[in-house]
Design a protein around this ligand. Structure first.
Ligand SMILES: Nc1ncnc2c1ncn2[C@@H]1O[C@H](COP(=O)(O)OP(=O)(O)OP(=O)(O)O)[C@@H](O)[C@H]1O
Ligand SMILES: [Mg+2]
Length: 309
């Protein structure tokens, strides 16, 4: 894979139009491309004039499109977690996790974890088979929570591992005095045998893998899409600030519908200071009746050179 390209920006600025146009153009120019929408309110198939559908659709040779089913990933994530919990704590029959399924589903962080697992799995699957993976991201708030999750998880896991080590140490002390029969079968008294430590290590590996990918500036390119209006520019500035805090950044800025101007000069100047040094492009507003998919070449060729190696 040459690149993972994510399109970010306020609702309605043109993320879907620009991401789908770029993916389509790259594929028409001979690259193998996988385009996914992670936005729960999908409209990627709509861009191509197609009915929404489940799963991956091949639109032409080497061009794959998918609207990622968040609900499906959430269920998969919960099912796997439940299975792991049941096997890790098989000596505890009282947890009754199945009954918790619906509660867990709506717990904070679940949506983010599900989408992050989807992104990880997409990259692992498609990076072998394609040159570019293009992602139409969810609304800004959710995207930023998604991006901040891996680093936060790594820190949490370190704390949890510390606590777990203490528990195991205590068990070992008790077993030393009372003999290992003091514990039911399946209760580990060494770190090597402990399934909880193993699971924490797996979770850590997952978070580190995603973190590495998101912060890899050679591979991962974040495209910020804006309009010349105050709200999308302010939200864009917030996105950049949050990304930089996470060790990430925008690679390029695209002002879409650039002939529609409704922003004060000072707001724009202030923003241009924030993105100083970054490439900035303009895609005009096409006011004729032709759907944007018929304009994909015109739309994406504006910033295409950023992705040609
Ligand atoms: N350059 C353009 N010229 C004309 N129409 C455009 C252009 N870019 C986008 N549009 C239209 O503007 C609308 C919003 O664009 P789009 O759906 O791509 O935005 P979005 O950022 O994906 O929105 P959402 O956050 O709702 O998913 C669509 O109707 C699209 O066809
Ligand atoms: Mg969209």
């Amino acid at each position: 894979m040459k690149g993972l390209i994510l399109f970010l920006g306020k609702g309605g600025v043109g993320k879907t139009t620009l991401s789908a146009s770029l993916a389509s153009l790259l594929s028409r120019d001979g690259s193998r491309v996988y385009l996914a929408s992670l936005d729960p309110a999908h409209n990627v198939f709509d861009f191509f004039g197609l009915e929404p559908r489940r799963g991956v659709m091949q639109l032409r040779e080497g061009f794959y499109v998918e609207e990622v089913d968040e609900e499906e990933w959430l269920k998969r994530f919960l099912r796997e977690t439940t299975e792991k919990m049941n096997s890790t704590y098989r000596y505890l029959t009282v947890i009754g996790l199945e009954d918790m399924f619906d509660v867990l589903k709506h717990s904070p962080g679940m949506e983010e974890f599900a989408l992050l697992s989807a992104l990880d799995s997409i990259v692992r699957h498609w990076s072998e088979q394609t040159d570019y993976i293009v992602i139409d991201t969810p609304p800004t708030g959710l995207t930023m929570r998604l991006f901040s999750l891996p680093a936060a998880t790594v820190r949490w896991i370190e704390k949890l591992k510390g606590l777990r080590r203490k528990i195991i140490k205590r068990r070992a002390e008790i077993a030393h005095i009372k003999g290992s029969e003091a514990f039911p079968e399946g209760v580990a008294i060494t770190e090597e045998d402990d399934l909880v430590i193993k699971e924490l290590e797996q979770q850590r590996a997952f978070s580190e893998r995603v973190l590495k990918l998101l912060t890899d500036r050679n591979k991962t390119r974040n495209v910020l899409v804006l309009n010349y209006d105050e709200l999308s520019i302010r939200e864009g500035a917030d996105i950049i600030r949050d990304l930089r805090r996470l060790g990430m950044d925008i690679s390029l800025v695209v002002f879409n519908k650039s002939d529609i101007l409704s922003v004060k000069k000072e707001v724009l100047e202030e923003f241009m200071e924030v993105v100083r040094g970054l490439p900035v492009y303009e895609v005009p507003f096409f006011s004729d009746k032709a759907p944007p998919r018929e304009r994909d070449r015109e739309i994406a060729s504006v910033f295409l050179k950023e992705f040609c190696s």
